[in-house]
Design a protein around this ligand. Structure first.
Ligand code: ATP
Ligand code: MG
Length: 593
């Protein structure tokens, strides 16, 4: 009887060092100072001129209304990166001014993701909601200066009065309320006397400004809603555009780095801090947000995918959230490497998904031990191999890194190979197994196919009968005969059974948002997940841990799906294929269309 399920000792190293620490290596985020981008150039200049007393303090300011995505990773790497490079600090500040969409669960996930990327905010964890009292005081100050007023137009009316890009706005009939009346109304707004939407506090700037953000922007609105941190203490909430500059100033941020959509908001940012004469006036600098092909990036759209159950959750391995990429098998080092590669620009563009995939390929190519796994097994019986014999063969864990050691795999009379490594009637260029053909089994023997066994009912190929050359142990050909194909294999007696999930891109077009008429949802890739349940893996993979990644030879890079795996049934995720197959699809599309 074959020794079914017998566990033999194989040593399979855990993946390389950087994965054991899972990215807690912020030093590696430090860029080569020579490769400065425009933001680093500005900061270097400021340091030279001793602006801000030679300090660099940045912040990453997420709104806790969703999980972080790869675009946020760009901002995190930038903000924490420039702080690290300049002996500065980077604050993690939650911009939690919108009680209706925010949750504490998002706060926790964001903290986890920033840490996982390898960054440390030290004691500098802040919440905009901690500044509510100060923000209120500043608003009172603006009222007293005659720079803010309570407006009682409805939201629709405010929009109508605001004008357009080509037409100036009109002044609100409430614009000239006295300071006393404004103070009284604003106090009563805070006191809870008024219903949502009845009044707002607005800055008094210039309704004819060419910049719509300067046409008396709203600073406060009434919202009778519980806040995840301040509870029911407040029923007026400050707007983002008002909160952000003041929070930056309170924290003595030196460089407030944000994405391009805030460029038009910068005049208000500066107006506010100048008017209030805050002790610190940070410099806002904008950079282009990251967009990637074959995906959508905004939290709103990601939430839609989650809510409509197109994915299993925010951390579905197909999602380009940091938690999804982590489950998919991405490493912090690869993510930081990616952010470094794409650099910073002042103009929007779309980075090819292949660039992200290459970042993880390059990382895992160096660090992931190799293993053999057969995803669609085809049984091979080696008819001239003794029934009882089992041989332990040694294989390098990494072809280029002897320091990663070797492991043993057991060879015996029955093995599995990949179904598509056999063709009964092969075309010329097929160098794998076929009737009468000889191939090499990786690190084992040369075998020749003699017979194809079919299921009598279905005609399906169920087994191959092969013979081996005993002189070819280790896969050599002693007489120098040419054997082109080398196949991976696993022992029929020793392999473990596992589920393997082949993840692919979530959308099947480069820009799912290109057409404004059709929803991005209509471009979902129906083949973004293929689940294979009868895969056979070399037994050492039973010991795979949460942060271990492997190259399954000839197939791609894989990691344990620690959420869904059980001791009895391992589940592996494909992180990325060995080569970019989409590139070929795109080229073909170009040639034929
Ligand atoms: P989304 O548009 O995806 O909903 P957001 O901008 O509303 O994201 P925030 O929580 O406000 O998300 O973002 C926190 C920080 O991350 C901001 O400074 C923002 O500029 C930055 N950021 C968000 N998306 C990207 C992106 N795609 N590329 C670079 N930085 C980004
Ligand atoms: Mg935002």
């Amino acid at each position: 009887m074959p020794a079914q399920g017998k566990r033999h000792k194989t040593t399979h190293p855990r993946s390389g060092n950087c994965m054991q620490t899972e990215g807690n290596n912020p030093q590696s985020a430090i860029r080569n100072p020579q490769s400065r981008d425009f933001i680093r150039t500005i900061i270097a200049e400021d340091l030279k001129n001793n602006k801000h007393d030679g300090r660099v303090t940045t912040r990453f300011p997420p709104e806790p209304n969703g999980f972080l995505h790869i675009g946020h990773a760009k901002s995190i790497c930038l903000n924490f990166g420039v702080a690290l490079e300049n002996n500065g600090v980077c604050h993690l500040r939650f911009d939690d001014t919108n009680p209706s969409k925010e949750e504490i669960a998002y706060v926790e996930s964001i903290k986890k993701d920033v840490k996982w990327l390898g960054f440390d905010w030290g004691g500098n964890l802040f919440f905009a909601s901690d500044y509510f009292e100060q923000l209120y005081d500043y608003a009172v100050e603006l009222i007293k200066m005659g720079k803010a007023y309570v407006c009682s137009l409805s939201a629709d009316e405010i929009r109508e009065y605001r004008g357009t890009l080509t037409e100036p706005g009109r002044e609100s009939p409430y614009r000239n309320r006295s300071v006393e009346e404004n103070l009284d109304l604003f106090t009563r707004m805070r006191g809870g006397e008024f219903a949502d939407g009845t009044h707002v506090l607005r800055a008094k700037i210039d309704m004819s400004s060419g910049n719509i953000n300067m046409r008396d922007p709203v600073l406060y609105r009434i919202l009778h809603a519980s806040h995840h941190r301040t509870g029911d203490k407040w029923c007026i909430y400050p707007m983002y555009d008002y909160t952000h500059p003041i929070s930056d100033a309170i924290e003595k941020i030196t460089h407030s780095l944000c994405t391009l959509e805030f460029e038009d908001h910068r005049p208000f940012y500066d107006w506010l801090l100048d008017t209030l004469k805050t002790p610190c006036h940070p410099q806002q600098i904008e950079f282009a947000r990251l967009n990637l092909t074959y995906t959508v990036m905004s939290k709103r759209k990601l939430l839609k995918l989650v809510n409509e159950k197109h994915v299993s959750g925010w951390d579905d391995p197909r999602m380009l959230t940091i938690s999804g990429l982590r489950r998919r098998g991405y490493t912090p080092a690869a993510m930081r490497g990616f952010c470094d590669t794409i650099g910073l620009a002042k103009r929007e563009s779309r980075v090819d998904m292949g660039v992200l995939e290459n970042a993880i390929r390059n990382d895992l190519n160096d660090t992931a031990p190799r293993a053999m796994a057969v995803l669609s097994p085809l049984k091979v019986v080696i008819t001239n191999y003794p029934q009882e014999l089992e041989e332990e063969l040694e294989i390098d864990n990494h072809p280029k890194k002897p320091e990663m050691g070797k492991r043993k795999v057991t060879f015996c009379r029955e093995i599995y190979i990949e179904q598509d490594d056999f063709m009964e009637d092969p075309p010329k260029k097929f160098f794998r197994l076929a009737p009468g053909r000889e191939v090499r089994l990786r690190a084992a023997y040369l075998i020749t196919c003699d017979r194809v066994i079919r299921d009598e009912q279905t005609g399906e190929i169920v087994e191959l009968h092969c013979t081996y050359d005993p002189a070819s142990r280790g896969g050599s050909s002693p007489d120098g005969r040419k054997v082109k194909g080398t196949l991976h294999w696993v022992s029929g007696r020793h392999a473990i059974t596992a589920e393997v999930r082949l993840y692919d891109r979530l959308f099947n077009v480069k820009n799912p948002e290109a057409d404004k008429e059709t929803s991005f949802m209509s471009h979902l890739n129906p083949n973004s997940l293929l689940t294979l349940t009868n895969c056979r893996l070399e037994p050492g993979l039973a010991a795979a841990g949460k942060n271990d990644r492997y190259q399954f030879e000839r197939l791609g890079y894989f990691c344990l799906n620690s959420v869904d795996a059980t001791a009895a049934r391992p589940v592996f995720n494909r992180t990325v294929t060995l080569r970019d197959s989409w590139e070929k699809i795109e080229k073909n599309a170009l040639n034929t269309g």
